[in-house]
Design a protein around this ligand. Structure first.
Ligand code: ADP
Ligand code: MG
Length: 931
């Protein structure tokens, strides 16, 4: 009767276990199992405790990543030098050996780039005899090499040269992909003479003894990394690898900027957390039970891998045994009678725990297993033992979930996302074979990180295939790197080449100044009739116009002299619509006058006949300061009937046509000259003006005696070099790339302004776009898909180069910009895009620097001095806002003109203020002339 009653109750309990187990973390209500629970109360972890464990683990990760904290960190966060996941374009035959899991294996993996992510795997298992895994190092690696030889013989691979990935699932310190120094053995391995040595060279050495095989060890891979890579081949979102087997460990893709121990800030690298050592500094002591302590003391590595010892399959059976033993000794089980088997270390294994937890099979498995241990279990004993197993394995899943939740949260925060979708690749016997483990783990993770949508992907063919995948990716990346380097190579200019550019520029400057060559010169060297810099006595109210770049502006400039010397400016920006920029000349100048009228109205000065300086930033042949014949449009302008005409006349006529106000047009000024004058107002040593904005140009004060086309030999005159046209005669074609040619051909003025097209804001973005298209065609970017948006001319603005190259936020900004352009980029894509931008802008700055070196050297020689001190006034958004342009330009000048000490002075609104200053000077001189 009593027996039947207790049987009924047990059945009810079994029933209950099935329905309520989720609600109670899979555990029975405490009062039902007072004796088990009194023992194991400490092993049941509430969500609050788990969240606390998660927070502790996050702190450990931070510690492991930090340069100063790493040496004392228990969670070592080892860089794996795996930076990229498979992208499906990998191909070839690869070998792998896998050491450190429950079985030692050799694999052959064939990877196909057929767009279907397919691969073929053939494997062979080899035993890992205890003599080998607890013997000495040379024997271990000889054994591995022998097995590989056998494998290659079986598969008929002996005569092929094959790359090999080495899965070695122990903590290794890596300095590159194909090197790893063992930090310590874990799990059941303890081979002498291997710790602190490079296992790759040991394996290579063992392999080299076999003359008839040719294997190249390309990558050392931890099993977690292998798992992530294997899963990543099928699911691009996979960025975490997790092992729950003989040992436990996890890896994930960390932002390079957070990895102090590896140079570089860009992109990501897989970090092997080695989380098994979590708690080795006591961080988990409050959660460890007397059984955990006892198990640790009896292990091969006491005090080490304490987290692993609470989780992995190598230890769970033993943990169960220790609990059962103690309960028995206290008379709570088996009538207080322990068998010899129960007293023997290792007699309960993970497979037993798994079997006992097969609830569907009731208690039969449990009974059988206990009987095999020579125990005589009652029904109640069986239930209690099953319950112990559940608590122990559930705790394992809980702890694992908590640490994984820490990684997922970190990933989400790295990406600055509120919600994240991601995939975790998993391998390991405990996860795969235990009847409830996976389900429990998933559930707890989802509860702990509700803002992550996690997919758990079982790694199909284990960690060995992963090593082959790492090798395959390394292979692909090396090939891609070669192609990218080849593409960008023409943008790398040696100092020698730059010196050549400087010399050629110098030659062209001379041609432009000489009477005989001047007509055919490409660098026109236009006299500006500006002969002196301001002397500070200038004063009055002036109007200025600024035409020639992105904006058209009208300005009112008030200059005061003497003690209250100052310049005040009021300006208004007007858009010039494309149809006017490229319409008729009359329309263009009518529009300009319309804008002036609006401005005068707005300022309430319509009646005043103010002197006006016209900054007109296109090449003009001047015969005096107020006459300028347009040589040819540049940049974005192409209005008809203007070339060969005097721009001052055209402006006067337009004013007359409007017949509303009159202006005294005193000077026509190039923006470079305005810039030089503005800076000259502050620093009399400023005798050069440089523009690096929409266009590129330079002016400088030249000795009159060198300017053959202007009468007179006394003093100096400012020459507007119009160096943008440098190269139009083909003299720098040797450094022009096919991308430069494409940009030129697609421009408004093909064949013209070749130097400008390699150096200025209007074109740099376009060059980048051409390279991106080419790289995409080569299959190196955007998965080989040329996106519609990339085809649009001008879509890639030069300001994006600045933004992309200033990105210190792990390329998040780069990706955002690309996304705005409709370019869906991976992390690797954005690294490449940034590299392209860097190559293009660096070359631009260097070329510009080479040109400027020619100018300062010429000035030095003019003055006949050993050392020249000179100031260059600079304007232009490219120079001012690009993160590296100005620095590279300055460095280049320094290298190419070492005898010149050049100060760079930023001009504030050179084109407006400068025009007014020139007008003031001209007015003063004019008045003197009249008197
Ligand atoms: P302009 O030369 O037309 O008088 P700017 O000196 O302002 O005027 O230069 C404008 C040019 O600068 C634009 O055509 C654009 O190509 C470039 N640019 C704009 N923003 C940036 C930026 N953030 N970084 C680099 N170049 C820029
Ligand atoms: Mg400008």
């Amino acid at each position: 009767m009593g027996t039947r009653k207790s049987l009924g109750r047990n059945q009810a309990l079994v029933q209950m276990r099935a329905t309520k187990k989720d609600l109670n973390n899979g555990l029975f209500k405490a009062h039902l199992y007072p004796k088990v629970d009194r023992y194991l109360y400490h092993m049941r972890l509430s969500d609050d405790v788990l969240l606390d464990v998660m927070a502790r683990f996050q702190a450990e990760m931070v510690k492991g990543l930090g340069r100063d904290t790493n040496p004392t960190a228990t969670v070592k966060m080892l860089p794996s030098f795996v930076r990229s996941l498979p992208d499906g374009s990998e191909k070839g035959d690869f070998l792998a050996v896998d050491l450190g899991g429950s079985q030692f294996r050799a694999h052959q993996v064939k990877v196909f780039d057929d767009g279907k992510q397919s691969s073929q795997l053939e494997s062979k298992f080899y035993p890992t005899p205890k003599e080998v895994i607890q013997g000495n190092g040379a024997e271990l690696f000889d054994y591995v090499a022998d097995c590989l030889l056998d494998f290659m013989e079986t598969k008929n691979l002996k005569h092929k040269k094959l790359p090999l990935g080495f899965t070695f699932s122990f903590p290794c310190k890596q300095a590159k992909l194909e090197e790893g120094v063992l930090l310590a053995w874990t799990k059941h391995f303890k081979v002498r003479g291997v710790q602190d040595t490079d296992v790759v060279s040991s394996l290579r050495k063992a392999l080299s003894k076999h003359k008839d095989i040719d294997v190249d060890v390309l990558a050392l891979v931890n099993d977690t990394v292998g798992t992530m890579m294997t899963c990543g081949y099928d699911d691009q979102r996979c960025e975490v690898g997790l092992i729950i087997g003989t040992g436990t460990n996890a890896c994930y893709m960390e932002e390079m900027r957070h990895i102090d121990l590896v140079e570089g800030d860009e992109g990501r690298m897989c970090i092997n957390t080695e989380w098994g050592a979590f708690g080795d500094d006591g961080a988990l002591d409050d959660l460890r039970t007397e059984f955990d302590r006892e198990l640790d003391l009896g292990s091969l590595n006491p005090g080490k891998q304490l987290f692993e010892k609470m989780i992995s399959s190598l230890y769970l059976g033993e943990l169960v045994r220790l609990i059962l033993l103690k309960m028995t000794k206290e008379g709570l089980l088996f009538n207080g009678k322990a068998s010899t088997a129960l007293l023997t270390k290792g007699k309960i294994e993970m497979k037993h725990v798994s079997a006992m937890e097969k609830y569907k099979e009731g208690l039969s498995n449990t009974k059988e297993i206990l009987t095999e241990l020579n125990l005589i279990p009652s029904e109640e004993d069986c239930i209690a033992v099953q319950h112990v197993c559940t608590i122990v394995s559930f705790r394992s899943a809980n702890l694992c979930a908590a640490a994984l939740a820490g990684i997922l949260t970190r990933l989400r925060e790295n990406k600055k996302l509120l919600r994240m979708r991601t995939t975790v690749g998993i391998d390991g016997g405990l996860y795969k074979t235990h009847p409830q483990y996976a389900k429990r783990l998933h559930k707890v993770v989802r509860r702990l990180v509700p803002n992550c949508d996690v997919r758990f992907l079982l790694s199909v063919s284990g960690s060995g295939k992963g090593a082959a995948m790492v090798t395959a990716v390394a292979y692909r990346l090396a090939a891609q790197r070669k192609q990218i380097d080849a593409t960008l190579a023409p943008f790398l200019l040696s100092l020698e080449t730059l010196r050549e550019v400087k010399n050629k520029m110098r030659t062209e400057l001379e041609y432009g100044l000489k009477r005989e060559t001047q007509a055919s010169a490409t660098v026109k060297m236009l006299p500006t009739y500006v002969c002196g810099t301001p002397d500070g006595t200038e004063k009055g109210k002036f109007l200025a116009l600024d035409l020639g770049g992105t904006n058209f502006r009208v300005l009112l400039v008030k200059i005061r002299s003497g003690r209250r010397r100052s310049v005040q400016m009021y300006n208004k920006i007007f858009a010039i619509p494309l149809e006017i920029m490229q319409g008729t000349g009359e329309e263009l100048f009518d529009h300009i006058v319309q804008c002036i009228a609006e401005f005068l109205e707005y300022m309430g000065i319509k009646g005043a006949r103010l002197p006006l300086g016209f900054t007109f930033s296109f090449p003009c042949r001047q015969a005096s300061i107020d006459k300028g014949t347009l040589v040819g449009w540049t940049k974005g302008f192409k209005a008809t009937d203007c070339e060969g005409e005097d721009v001052v006349d055209m402006l006067r006529e337009a004013i007359r046509r409007r017949n509303e106000f009159d202006l005294d047009i005193v000077a026509v000024v190039n923006d470079t000259v305005g810039t030089m004058m503005t800076c000259g107002y502050e620093d009399p040593n400023c005798e050069i003006g440089l523009i690096a904005g929409t266009g590129s140009n330079v002016c400088y004060m030249e000795d009159m005696k060198n300017i053959e086309i202007v009468e007179g030999n006394e003093g100096k005159m400012c020459i507007n070099t119009e160096w943008g046209a440098f190269g139009d005669n083909g003299c720098i074609d040797n450094i022009r790339t096919k991308y430069d040619k494409e940009v030129d051909e697609g421009s408004l003025n093909p064949g013209k302004q070749r130097y400008e097209k390699m150096t200025s804001g209007m074109y740099l973005g376009e060059i980048v776009r051409q390279i991106l298209i080419d790289l995409t065609k080569q299959g190196l970017l955007f998965r080989g898909q040329i996106l519609e948006s990339l085809r649009k001319r001008g879509i890639f603005e030069t300001k994006f180069l600045s933004q992309i190259e200033s990105d210190r936020l792990a390329l998040l900004q780069v990706r955002r910009i690309l996304q705005q352009l409709g370019l869906d980029s991976t992390c690797e894509d954005s690294i490449i895009v940034k590299e392209v931008c860097g190559a293009v802008s660096k070359r631009a700055a260097q070329l510009c620097g080479a040109g400027l070196a020619a100018v300062v050297e010429k000035k030095r020689e003019n003055q006949g001095v050993e050392h020249l001190q000179i100031t260059v006034g600079v304007d232009g958004t490219l120079y001012k806002l690009h993160p590296h342009f100005s620095r590279v330009l300055q460095e280049t000048v320094k290298k190419l003109a070492p005898q010149c000490d050049v100060t760079f002075m930023l001009s504030e609104d050179g084109s407006g203020k400068g025009a007014a200053l020139i007008t003031a000077v001209a007015k003063r001189l004019h008045n003197i002339g009249q008197k």
